[in-house]
Design a protein around this ligand. Structure first.
Ligand code: SF4
Length: 251
């Protein structure tokens, strides 16, 4: 016990200063796409051809990336001869609007706060019941990371609870497989209103790599109204935290 306390003292404060400070992100983080429409080669559709989830739209020469479908695999970056597509390190990808996730460059519309009345009901806390609806455990792992001392989700009054009866809403990962549909709907209805719904990861938003498979629902918004979409495969914990804080009007 003494050794554990001594180790904690030696390590000092491990919690990141986000949202007050700018967080240090890993070099490999792939965030908001960078699209240079002027560099798109006429007649070329290689990015569309290589994309495994159909995330790229090409109308004429106008390229867009649906970051709700994107797996951030960078195949499109490698395939593009003109260098029209890249990925920045901007982790702020969460949005309340599915349409806003179809991004073609310029300003990105991030998540807005819940309406005042809902925030008044929630007060200073948000309790969520997590549902893994056929996920591979990557999104689940990055959600769990928020509970570590580094992110310390509890300091914002946000907690994951065991029972939907104690929850303000549900946080869903995975493409919602056929055998999880009932569980998702039952858990949602067990939570008291206003029942917030948060979709985390490409699978929960659009079906991800399983899109259009007969055993999946192509995301949770096929079943329920979604208040917050958090893209990524999986989303970085900062992307999830940023989205949650925006939803609560803390950013
Ligand atoms: S990075 Fe996204 S848009 Fe590009 S090929 Fe991969 S899934 Fe498609």
């Amino acid at each position: 016990m003494i050794r554990a306390i001594a180790e904690r003292v030696r390590q000092g404060k491990r919690t990141i200063s986000f949202p007050k400070g700018t967080p240090v992100v890993p070099d490999r983080l792939r965030g908001l796409p960078v699209i240079d429409q002027a560099r798109c080669t006429p007649g070329c559709s290689r990015c569309v051809d290589v994309c495994p989830t159909g995330a790229i739209g090409l109308v004429g020469q106008k390229v867009s990336v649906d970051i709700g479908k994107c797996l951030f695999c960078l195949d499109c970056v490698a395939a593009c001869p003109g260098g029209a597509i890249g990925f920045s390190q901007d982790f702020r990808l969460a949005s309340g609007s599915r349409e806003a996730l179809v991004y073609s460059g310029g300003e990105f519309r991030p998540a807005c706060a819940l309406e005042e009345r809902t925030r008044r009901i929630l007060g200073r806390s948000l309790k969520l019941r997590e549902i893994s609806a056929g996920g591979c455990n990557a999104c689940e792992a990055d959600v769990n990371v928020l509970g570590t001392t580094v992110f310390d989700l509890g300091r914002f009054g946000i907690q994951f609870v065991a029972s939907p009866r104690h929850a303000d809403g549900i946080l869903v990962t995975g493409p919602v497989t056929a055998n999880m549909r009932f569980a998702v709907m039952d858990t949602y209805h067990a939570a008291p209103p206003p029942r917030i719904v948060i979709a985390v990861g490409a699978c929960a938003i659009s079906g991800g790599p399983y899109i259009d498979h007969k055993e999946v629902s192509n995301g949770v918004d096929a079943l329920l109204p979604v208040d917050l979409y958090i893209p990524g495969c999986p989303p970085h914990p900062l992307t999830i935290l940023d989205g949650l804080l925006r939803l609560l009007g803390r950013l």
